[in-house]
Write a protein that binds this ligand. Structure first.
Ligand SMILES: [Zn+2]
Ligand SMILES: [Zn+2]
Length: 331
């Protein structure tokens, strides 16, 4: 399907700034109608506007037609088992994301000079990344030995009293919407660093949100990537147990267990801006959380410039570390 402006026939797209469908050609707001492929036997890859054959990859659910540039959404990949339960719509427009990147990296004086150029930044793409969300009801149990030590002096004697305690914690801990991305293209480590998302912006899915962006359907079923959500859940449950125990001089763990009583999964789409900077034959991908603006990526270093700035390199490195929330070894 595509969304067409009812005023001028242009391609209506979702505007993160206005939070509605707009026509970039005539400025029409919320003036649109949906146009589907008239002949559904055309299959997935025929543009409903120009009839061109779009080179669709296995998981693509929305992309721009390479011939007419309309934003095309592939019905079959957002319906039935691929219908997302919810979506966080893009909060940050492309322009705002460019400003954000410029602002964060303006002090990066040893980056190649065109790193922040308009042409380069304009190549960034907004992508809805498929995620599985896991809800767990758990029972977490800690069992161990704690000691409390007391010292005092009486007459010529110093006394030490050690009391031993059997420490037990038995808690029911619920977890809601632990995310794991279901896209092969997106590096897991980066997607984990994109967290947290603000779930107050979760919306019921509508295909309109995809207009103007790229999107994928989930690449694998929820079961295949559940171990990622489970290990986050188990780490958190253990941390919650431990933080509920205090006041002991020492604590030894005898056993610790996290049992899942109930589990649910849901499928949703999350917004990510993807900027790939090419430098000396290498790709430096940057990912920006399209809701919160958190940036993850590896800074490109121009060797000539690094040498020119040796004296201030350490200061600059600190600025990068503070700016990009962790430098990943993506090189
Ligand atoms: Zn229009
Ligand atoms: Zn087309």
């Amino acid at each position: 399907m595509i969304f067409k402006c009812t005023n001028c026939g242009g391609n209506a797209v979702y505007s993160p700034d206005k939070k509605m469908m707009v026509c970039p050609y005539c400025g029409g707001e919320d003036t649109y109608k949906r146009k589907d492929n008239e002949n559904s036997s055309y299959g997935l890859s025929v543009c409903p506007e120009c009839g061109g054959t779009i080179p669709v990859e296995e998981f693509d659910s929305a992309m721009h037609c390479p011939y007419c540039d309309n934003s095309v959404i592939f019905n079959e990949r957002i319906s039935n088992e691929y219908h997302p339960k919810f979506i966080i719509p893009f909060e940050l427009s492309k322009d705002k994301t460019k400003d954000l990147i410029r602002d964060k990296f303006k002090k990066l004086t040893f980056a190649p000079s065109d790193f922040l150029s308009e042409v380069r930044l304009d190549s960034m793409k907004g992508v809805y990344v498929p995620f599985w969300f896991y809800d767990y009801k758990t029972n977490a149990v800690f069992e161990g030995e704690g000691t409390k030590v007391r010292h005092w002096t009486s007459g010529n004697y110093r006394y030490t009293e050690t009391s031993y305690y059997h420490v037990v914690r038995d808690m029911n801990i619920p977890f809601e919407k632990l995310p794991a991305d279901a896209s092969i293209k997106m590096p897991d480590q980066v997607m984990d660093l994109m967290e947290p998302y603000d779930y107050s912006k979760l919306s019921e899915f509508m295909p309109e949100y995809l207009s103007g962006f790229n999107a994928e359907r989930y690449n694998m079923p929820a079961e295949d990537i559940e171990s990622r959500a489970r290990s986050k859940m188990e780490d958190d449950a253990k941390a919650i147990l431990r933080s509920s125990i205090s006041g002991y001089s020492s604590l030894v763990t005898n056993s610790q267990s996290v049992r899942v009583l109930d589990r649910k999964t849901a499928y949703g789409l999350m917004p990510v801006w993807n900027y790939v900077y090419q430098y000396k034959g290498q790709d430096y991908p940057f990912y920006v959380n399209g809701e919160t603006g958190k940036i993850i990526g590896t800074a490109p270093l121009s060797k000539g410039k690094v040498w020119g700035y040796t004296a201030t390199l350490f200061v600059l490195l600190e600025i990068i570390a503070a700016s990009i929330n962790g430098i990943l070894g993506l090189m």
